[in-house]
Write a protein that binds this ligand. Structure first.
Ligand code: SF4
Ligand code: SF4
Length: 391
């Protein structure tokens, strides 16, 4: 099996620039008509993790959303859009991210992401039933509009992980608890992608997020859009652009193991602009195996000396309690207000913490940082790879 990934340079979020790059991407993959037909219900699934402005690079940029929407609308498909944000409502997040004004202007309604429809998936390796948002369950096709970002648990959040937002409302936290290890969590995500089968994954890499993604990292210009039918191949190309071994990304390895896609040299054909143009080996991302995979299982006795942990910066913390509410560990939380006093900074119980990093993802004030212990930093440096040869 060989997959195709298309790359198009895109220097800015200026509307015409993005539209032209998007047109080029879709042409390389057969045109918008290859992914949507007249009368079909097509759901656009951007990354709307949290209510942040587009400059923060947390969410899919509105000009990328608009460009994809315009070209797909030309097919005569009936478009809708939506996502299940972490803790806030879709309407609030879409407004802050600048998407809803564009959607309103284009006449694209918000899909129903509150109502859950249980979809069975007997073939699932890790999960056999998902509470999927009605908008995703009833769509004829899904177009994923993912964002190029780092992620504490899965190293990157790109194409495979973006589909997680099709799980309805706050059901997502339950999945983190049921799949506390990165490999199993990635396996569940793979099953979800195989169930919903988005027709196309388009990645916003014009300005990506490096460092402490997916919400507290720093914007970094990468200058491109990428697209593929294969989310595993798309994520693997992202990895190679930033000198991250795709083998460290559980959504890639589990995706390949389940037949969702491919990632090895020789299995991916690149179309469009040459990848050399976009390489950024200095991109800040954790270059070590994700917690829970075979390597770290073998190193279990020194697990806490290796695995990055969330840490709260007292001076930045506003005591809003969002992180405490978001922590899925129960009944005894891995993160709580000391003595129940909500005027004090929350504290961690690392013996209970499953390192899902949801608290870090959800903190709106960037008060939670991910800190890798010294031994982990040494191992990460040893594992840093030179950029691999692109297929
Ligand atoms: S760490 Fe962040 S989310 Fe948690 S209480 Fe402080 S400001 Fe709120
Ligand atoms: S404390 Fe944070 S990282 Fe640990 S389990 Fe809770 S939400 Fe996840």
């Amino acid at each position: 099996m060989r997959s195709t990934v298309a790359l198009a340079a895109c220097d800015s979020y200026e509307d015409e620039t993005v539209l032209s790059a998007m047109r080029k991407l879709l042409c390389l993959l057969g045109g918008a008509g290859a992914f949507a037909r007249e009368g079909e219900k097509i759901l656009l699934k951007p990354n709307l993790l949290a209510a942040r402005t587009p400059e923060r690079a947390v969410t899919t940029h509105p000009s990328v959303f608009e460009a994809a929407a315009r070209l797909l609308a030309e097919t005569g498909a009936r478009l809708s859009y939506g996502d299940s944000p972490g803790t806030e409502g879709l309407r609030l997040v879409a407004r802050k991210a600048g998407l809803s004004p564009r959607a309103e202007r284009l006449g694209i309604p918000e899909g129903d992401f509150h109502t859950a429809v249980n979809l069975d998936f007997p073939a699932g390796r890790f999960e056999k039933s998902f509470p999927v948002a009605q908008a995703a369950a009833e769509a004829d096709g899904i177009i994923s509009l993912c964002k190029m970002k780092t992620h504490g648990l899965t190293r990157i959040t790109g194409a495979v992980k973006n589909t997680f937002g099709c799980v309805a409302g706050f059901e997502k936290a339950r999945f983190h608890l049921r799949f506390p290890n990165a490999r199993r969590f990635a396996g569940m995500l793979t099953d979800l992608n195989l169930l919903l089968k988005p027709r196309l994954y388009i990645m916003d890499g014009v300005v990506a997020m490096e460092g402490e993604g997916p919400s507290s990292g720093d914007p970094v210009r990468m200058g491109l859009l990428l697209a593929s039918r294969d989310p595993v191949a798309l994520d693997a190309v992202f990895c190679r652009l930033v000198a991250l071994d795709p083998g460290f990304v559980p959504t890639i390895t589990e995706g390949a193991a389940s037949g969702l896609g491919v990632f090895r040299d020789g299995e991916i054909e690149i179309l469009g602009d040459p990848p050399e143009r976009f390489r950024n080996p200095a991109f800040r991302v954790t270059r070590m195996p994700a917690a829970g995979d075979a390597t770290l299982q073998a190193l279990r006795p020194v697990r806490n000396l290796l695995i990055p942990r969330p840490v709260i910066h007292e001076e930045a913390c506003r005591k809003c309690g969002i992180c405490v509410k978001a922590c899925p560990v129960a009944p005894k939380k891995a993160l709580s207000f000391p003595g129940g006093n909500e005027k004090r900074t929350p504290v961690y119980d690392y013996s209970l913490c499953i390192r899902c990093y949801i608290c870090h993802e959800m903190c709106p004030h960037r008060a939670i940082r991910i800190r890798t212990p010294l031994l982990g930093r040494v191992v990460s440096r040893l594992l840093r790879k030179a950029p691999e040869h692109m297929p």
